[in-house]
Design a protein around this ligand. Structure first.
Ligand code: NDP
Length: 378
């Protein structure tokens, strides 16, 4: 039976906060010790970089519901849009920055975290600018379009003494966190065979959102970089964050060659893990699909479609359905990451994990282009 949800916004907000605290406590031992909470004097201030679809429809609204952080600034190419956001969200107009003036955030006490939500190629530059301004960084997935950029981002954040995390919201979602626990504690046994797919049907009409996703330079690739990272993430989660040793891959099928002249329309790949576990995966802009299954010798766990979208995931195992409360993914992620910072705990989604996934994606592209098995240098 699913846990009843509180109905009033206030009680729901408190309830969601409690859920995140509970999830964080369950997850804390995974990557380091749990610390006593620091006395919390304020909500952490977050500045969103890039006011497109994800910021407008998910992250901005989520920052109204978070308990441990709030929206205190924006970075945008449109001053007019930024000023509207300042009025809507109640932060001062002086906290509206352009991409060229991000260094002015240095010393601004309103902003603790800069959340990069621009097209993939631009993540590295915006992340490095934020680090130089002395701000912690959350960078949207995929972390960058090359491992070299990931290395530069990690180095810049280290040099500045700030934290770099990747916007991998599912680590903070209770069903996916439970899946990670099942894998980590080998509840069903070590997962040996995984399969998963993630995609949507890309509308070919030229919206701004479509345009950069079809531009190989800005996107870094097609559905592998956009939707496939979720399948890579799930397969690595099933293997307790181990990277695969090698991959094989094929592009296709191609049904709209004119639309997908720069990036792939679809791609399938296999990840081989040390010890013989294998994940068969697919990412596509050709159809709506989102599923994942992991099998052990004596049991299995499966996310029904949609496994990776914003909806509440349905996780079933060979032992029965897993019933956990529904959360807003972005609220859970933002509060989870804010609490990690406030508590001084390691992040569940550090920059190094984002780099690992880009190394895997680079190997997958190399394998698809060469039709050869490629070893992963993660
Ligand atoms: P959009 O195209 O909707 O928005 C991108 C925004 O980036 C633009 O509105 C613009 O904001 C800014 N921008 C700066 N330079 C450019 C440029 N050269 N071309 C286009 N936009 C530019 O993209 P999304 O919001 O959907 O995606 C942004 C990032 O978030 C991507 O990395 C994507 O993978 C990730 N994402 C993650 C999701 C998740 O579930 N974790 C879901 C959706 C996206 P402005 O006008 O303010 O300058």
């Amino acid at each position: 039976m699913r846990t009843p949800q509180p109905s009033s916004p206030v009680s729901r907000r408190v309830f969601l906060g409690q859920l995140v605290v509970a999830a964080a406590l369950v997850l804390a031992p995974r990557r380091g010790r749990a610390l006593e909470p620091l006395p919390q004097t304020k909500k952490l201030g977050v500045a969103l970089v890039g006011l497109g679809g994800y910021s407008t429809h998910q992250l901005g609204p989520a920052l109204r519901a978070t308990r441990h952080c709030r929206l205190t600034g924006v970075v945008t190419g449109s001053r007019e849009k930024g000023v509207k956001w300042a009025h809507n969200y109640g932060f001062p107009e002086r906290n509206v920055f352009s991409y060229d003036t991000m260094e002015r955030m240095a010393g601004n006490p309103d902003i603790d975290i800069v959340y990069v939500v621009t097209p993939n190629l631009l993540h590295a530059g915006h992340c490095i600018a934020a680090a130089k301004a002395g701000k912690h960084v959350i960078c949207e997935k995929p972390m960058a379009t090359s491992v070299a950029d990931c290395d530069a981002m990690i180095a810049a954040c280290r040099a500045a003494g700030v934290r770099l995390t990747v916007g991998y919201r599912l680590h903070y979602e209770p069903h996916h966190a439970e899946f990670a626990r099942l894998a980590r504690e080998k509840v069903i046994g070590p997962f040996l065979r995984m399969s998963g797919a993630n995609g949507f049907e890309m509308n070919s009409s030229a919206t701004a959102k479509t345009a950069w996703r079809l531009d190989k330079r800005l996107a870094g690739g097609g559905p592998l970089m956009d939707m496939g990272v979720y399948v890579i993430q799930a397969a690595c989660m099933a293997k307790v964050e181990e990277a695969p040793v090698a991959v094989t891959a094929q592009f296709g099928p191609v049904t709209r060659p004119k639309v997908f002249s720069e990036v792939e329309e679809s791609i399938t790949w296999t990840m081989e893990f040390a010890g013989g576990a294998v994940a068969n995966c697919r990412a596509t802009y050709g159809e709506q699909v989102s599923n994942f299954r992991a099998e052990a010798d004596h049991g299995w766990a499966q996310f029904e479609d949609p496994a990776f979208y914003y909806a509440e995931p349905m996780l079933t195992t060979s032992r029965g359905p897993v019933n956990l409360p529904k959360v807003n993914h972005q609220v859970a992620q933002l509060d989870g990451m804010a609490m990690e910072l406030l508590d001084g705990r390691p992040s569940l989604a550090p920059g190094e994990m984002g780099r690992r996934d880009i190394a895997i994606a680079e190997a997958i592209y190399a394998a698809a282009k060469s039709s050869r098995r490629v070893e992963v240098q993660a």
